[in-house]
Structures are given as structure tokens and as C-alpha cells.
Design a protein around this ligand. Structure first.
Ligand code: DGL
Length: 269
């Protein structure tokens, strides 16, 4: 089973690519909506959440764990690989490499959360891939919350997006990297703002292909099963986001934090 997690609904933009790539493999998704947004939190705190969720996913039978969250990957991917050396992890990183390869004018914008830019993962991406290209990082306060609220096309969301994209457009970028898994759900709005001259780069399909490669190296066999969804927030709210964002109707189960551990509290349909 593939375990997938994010702070909220954003990781569904990765989950939908995983199920497109691997339709027969069971998935289990955890949304830590009790703690969303992760982005403004200290990296140590996000690492603690990621470790608790990983324990839960493994206890449920996950054989691969996907951090469908750039912030959690920046905070915890290296740490989790060290703590659980037997577990294959797939994480996210802003797709700086393909954007740098594709840019025609040498100017690339990256939008992500503050924690993603603070992590050493981003610094190492710049160091490895962006030597001759200007990569401009930009945070977008409020956007994750707008996606969580389902305000994908609201005038307030458009205003937030314009505020964060304007400096990048003024800098003349021709590639825009989506460094947060919530942002692909705002792509139609973004396309209207940036216009056809800017290519939007979402790493989710490449991450799904990576999950397939990792699974090919695992020996476990799978019984096809319906996906399972858990949230540490409100299950009814997550269920309606699930339908709205990825067109899936499913039971959503409730989880609750007890210290650093996650426990199933009740079942809800
Ligand atoms: N979707 C997440 C990411 O990719 C987390 C955003 C947040 O909770 O701030 O960074």
C-alpha cells in the first residue's frame, strides 16, 4: 500500500497522479488539517508531525511513504530516511532542474512556503542546478488557506495570487515552478494571470513516476482496494474537498493527535 500525506488537501494533486500512474495499487492518504498550514511553522515542528504520520502509515501497512508536501519534505525527508532506513520514501522538491533546463531567458520564479525556502533542500537545488540562471523565490501568504477553503476562483484568491506573482512577472520570468502541492489547484487562475508566455511547472507527474519505480523494486504484492482517506481535521469538510478537487466520493476517517502519536478516533461516512 502507498501511504501519502500532506498538511491538508494539497497532496491530493500528487495523489491523483499516483493513482493515474498506478491504478491498481491501494493508497492511504493522511491530511494533517489540525496543523495546516505547515509553511509558517518551524522546521522542527513539521518534522515531528511528519514522523508521527509516518509511524501511523507504517502501522496501517504502507510499504512506501510519499511526502506529498514540499514543506514536510524540506523539513523531514532526510531525517525520516535516517530514522526508518528500511522504508522507501518519495518526497517533493521544487522542480528547479527542469525549469532551469527549459528557460529561454534565464529567469525562473519559484512559489512555495517560507519553510520550503528555509530548508537545506532548496539551497542545495540552487547550488546544483541554478548556477547560470536567476531563480527568484516568492512566498504567497494565504494561498494554502484559500485552497483549503475551496476558494479556487474567488476574487480574494485572485488578488492574493496577483500580489505574489507580480514581482515575478516584473522580473520577466518565463518559467514558474509550483513549489507547494496546494498550488496546482489554482492553475487555471494562475494561467489567466501569467499569460501564455510563462510555463507553469508542476512536479506531481514526475513524482508519481518515481513512486512507480520505487514500487517496482519492492517485492510486496497488492490486492486492489479502494483508497482510504484520513484527516486530523473535519472529515465532512475533507470529503467535500475530495469531491470538488479530484472528483472522488469516499469515506473519510477521523484521526486525532495524542502527543506525538496519531490515533483513529471514530468512523464517519
Ligand atoms: N502542501 C504543502 C506544501 O507542498 C503544505 C503547505 C502548508 O501547509 O503550508 O508545501
Amino acid at each position: 500500500m502507498i501511504g501519502v500525506f500532506d498538511s491538508g488537501v494539497g497532496g491530493l494533486s500528487v495523489w491523483r497522479e499516483i493513482v493515474r500512474e498506478l491504478p491498481d495499487v491501494p493508497t492511504l492518504y493522511v491530511a494533517d488539517q489540525a496543523h495546516v498550514p505547515y509553511g509558517p511553522r518551524p522546521l522542527e515542528e513539521v518534522r515531528r508531525f511528519a514522523e508521527g504520520i509516518t509511524h501511523f502509515l507504517l502501522a496501517q501497512g504502507a510499504t512506501v511513504v510519499v511526502l506529498a508536501c514540499n514543506t514536510a519534505s524540506a523539513a523531514a525527508l532526510r531525517y525520516l530516511r535516517a530514522v526508518f532506513p528500511q522504508v522507501p520514501f518519495v518526497g517533493m522538491e521544487p522542480a528547479v532542474k527542469p525549469a532551469v533546463q527549459r528557460t529561454r531567458n534565464g529567469r525562473v520564479g519559484v512559489i512555495a512556503t517560507p519553510a520550503t525556502f528555509q530548508g537545506e533542500l532548496f539551497a542545495s537545488l540552487l547550488e546544483r542546478f541554478a548556477r547560470d540562471v536567476r531563480v527568484i523565490p516568492q512566498v504567497c501568504p494565504g494561498l494554502v488557506e484559500a485552497v483549503e477553503d475551496g476558494a479556487l476562483d474567488a476574487p480574494e484568491t485572485e488578488a492574493l495570487l496577483r500580489t505574489c506573482l507580480t514581482p515575478l512577472l516584473e522580473a520577466g520570468i518565463d518559467e514558474l515552478v509550483l513549489g507547494c502541492t496546494h498550488y496546482p489547484f489554482l492553475r487555471p487562475l494562475m494561467e489567466r494571470i501569467v499569460g501564455p508566455g510563462v510555463e507553469i511547472v508542476d512536479p506531481a507527474p514526475a513524482v508519481a513516476r518515481q513512486v512507480r519505480r520505487v514500487l517496482e523494486n519492492c517485492s510486496a504484492g497488492y490486492q486492489p482496494a479502494r483508497p482510504t482517506f484520513y484527516t486530523t481535521g473535519d472529515p465532512a469538510r475533507f470529503a467535500s474537498a475530495l469531491e470538488r478537487l479530484v472528483g472522488v466520493e469516499a469515506e473519510v476517517r477521523s484521526l486525532c493527535w495524542e502527543g506525538d502519536d496519531l490515533r483513529c478516533v471514530k468512523r464517519k461516512t
